[in-house]
Design a protein around this ligand. Sequence first.
Ligand code: ADP
Ligand code: MG
Length: 350
Amino acid sequence: MIEDKNQSRTSLDQLGEFGLIEHLTKNFDIKHTSTIKGIGDDAAVLDAKSKQIVVTTDLLVENVHFDLSYVPLKHLGYKAVVVNLSDVYAMNASATQITVSIAVSNRFPLEALEELYAGIETAASFYNVDVVGGDTTSSTTGLIISITAIGEVDKNNVVYRSGAKPNDLLVVTGDIGAAYMGLQVLEREKEVFKVNPQNQPDLDLYTYIIERQLKPEARKDIIELLEKLDVKPTSMIDISDGLSSEIIHICKQSDVGAEIYENKIPLDPQVISTCEEFKIDSTTIALNGGEDYELLMTVSQEDFPKIKGNPNLTVIGYITEKARGMNLITRGEQAVPIIAKGWNAMKNEA
Ligand code: ADP
Ligand code: MG
């Protein structure tokens, strides 16, 4: 729960910008033949071959998107990569390269950036992507990280948010709501720590949900699974802002409605028990929590036999004609309209 108190502190001024870039990037190896030129020239050079290229970028700002009082820098580096790759996979593409840009104040010693880059490197190697460039500059106070991810996909396989058709099944991967509940626990412990710094929190009951918040994974495995099952979703999106908001995106862009069933939403037991402890409704968290980085997709009814019974894929509802709207069918069999609350809105309410 404590900001990284590094024993040794090497000031960034000692290295200079080029020394720093060289130091931070020296371990990155090239894994893809599509990377013609990586770090070291004015721009990277990639070979598109006959694929379509997907590009996505994210910006993370200290104290807006992350809080270094409980996020270790190594985890932050890992997560910054993961959130970008998740967007690549949501296009049914495979991720091949990333660029990493940082703005950093002299509050951070070299050792802090080494930690950040250790996380970036771990993710790059786990997800098999090349780090091919970036930019490094100073900031007056905090840390800012921007990552751009590049991926490739056969032109016939790209999946947009706009292809859902009435009667398609709505399918979600993994389980949802855990990252948001992990954040609630971390925020609570931060408050306790402020009052009593000697108090060492006991987080055993919350290991899964905290891991989902601090070290989320992107569903590369699902893209591979879909290929193996020979299923091309009709639409897909990653769940970064909460299930409600993502369902609304798919429905609006596909010009359809949807019906989902409360009792089908996949929740981990730790989410259920922590929601009980915090006296919050777990369905609300599943619908409006954020940062799960699971995938929400629509699959044609014809493909149902191929996905049926797969533990990674849960059917939570189906697509309807637009006129039927977007509804949650509760355990009490009532239809409740799905509205986007988004997790930022919830955070401000809390
Ligand atoms: P330029 O002056 O053309 O912007 P830089 O000196 O900033 O070039 O960068 C030199 C090389 O190092 C380029 O290949 C750039 O993409 C890469 N690079 C710079 N900063 C980073 C970083 N933080 N992480 C990874 N690569 C970086
Ligand atoms: Mg530069």
